[in-house]
Design a protein around this ligand. Structure first.
Ligand SMILES: [Zn+2]
Ligand SMILES: [Zn+2]
Length: 350
């Protein structure tokens, strides 16, 4: 069966193998050929144009693990990717030539959590580029049509991978319930924090304070969305009565200090990757003022809004893209944000 499918594909001139960035162990990334999965009736073959390096990719590369998930077999990295449809399965409706961004979550779509619409929380779900599931840093990938979102002409596939972190920001602001007139504190000016500031501005937040310990990043925040920036390595946070905290740094101190700036009945949202357990959260303060502490994990139904915000120019995707590397230099791309901290989003191009 498989042989027959591959043979059919071959007779149509489609690739049966592709080149990808395969992580074998920590700091052992190889650009090698891998066979492409057969194109099922609901699948689409995408020729990749951009891939985005995320913190999780950097953890897998540097340590062979990210949080509790460990690399146990060679895996193609990458969950941020965009490209152009090259071939389509028999039961799909998307046309070849369409520019698309891939939503990397692979939920089961049948459990009660998925059926309730909260597919990002699917207990059985996985994600492209989360070992052992192969990811998107490859010249071609076969993905279910359901994972695709069409890109308008205003968002070239060459930068389309950056829609994924924007979807994270859209969902973070959604979970934070930011409303017009809100005073919002965003802690962490990495790609996510910078996009969160822009999405919060689009929601009509009247004041957006962004904190970080890096002045270059804060300078970007000041150009895009922030009404004020604070370098917390040099200056104490002298805020009060903030309506929303959106924590994007993963730093416990930023979370606990940020909570202390909140007004009664405010809301704090944890977006940056949290440690398994955390001391120092001012629980008594949260209770005394009925401040809601919520979390955000990836996104659900956020890609269409992210595409709309980028397409209309309300959010500038290029504000976070600082460098690009060809696939052959994927290892350099995976360390670029560490070797040069002025880097924000690093893209792989094909
Ligand atoms: Zn990401
Ligand atoms: Zn599910």
């Amino acid at each position: 069966m498989t042989t027959q499918t591959i043979h059919t594909a071959a007779t149509h001139g489609l690739p049966v193998a592709t080149e990808g960035a395969v992580l074998h162990a920590a700091r052992d990334l190889r650009i090698e050929h891998k066979p492409l999965a057969a194109l099922g009736p609901n699948d689409v073959l995408v020729q990749m144009r951009s891939g985005g390096i995320c913190g999780s990719d950097m953890h897998y590369y540097a340590e062979g693990r990210n949080g509790t998930n460990e690399l146990r077999q060679p895996t193609v990295l990458g969950h941020e990717g965009a490209g152009v449809v090259l071939a389509t399965g028999a039961d799909t409706s998307i046309a070849a030539g369409t520019a698309v961004v891939i939503e990397p979550a692979l939920p089961c779509r049948t459990c009660p959590t998925c059926l309730s619409g909260r597919y990002n929380l699917c207990p059985a779900g996985t994600c492209f580029g989360s070992p052992p599931t192969d990811g998107l840093f490859a010249r071609h990938v076969v993905v279910p049509e359901a994972a695709l979102h069409e890109l308008p002409a205003s968002i070239p596939a060459e930068i389309g991978a950056a829609i994924e972190p924007l979807a994270v920001a859209v969902w973070a602001v959604e979970r934070a319930q930011v409303q017009a007139g809100h005073r919002v504190l965003v802690t962490g000016a990495g790609p996510i924090g910078l996009l969160v500031a822009q999405v919060a501005a689009a929601k009509g937040a009247s004041e957006i304070v962004v904190t970080d310990v890096n002045d270059d990043r804060l300078a970007v925040a000041a150009r895009f969305g922030a009404t004020r920036t604070v370098n917390t390595a040099a200056t104490a946070l002298d805020l009060q009565d903030m309506d929303r905290l959106i924590e994007c740094s993963g730093n416990t101190r930023a979370l606990s200090d940020g909570i202390q700036t909140l007004a009664p009945a405010a809301r704090a949202t944890v977006v940056g990757q949290a440690r398994p357990t955390v001391d120092g959260i001012p629980l008594g303060f949260l209770q005394r003022y009925e401040i809601d502490l919520v979390t955000a994990f990836r996104y659900a139904h956020a890609f269409p809004r992210a595409i709309e915000l980028a397409s209309s120019g309300v959010v500038d995707l290029r504000s976070i893209i600082t460098s690009t590397f060809p696939l052959e230099d994927a290892a350099a791309a995976l360390t670029a944000p560490v070797s040069d901290p002025t880097n924000l989003k690093v893209l792989i191009t094909y």
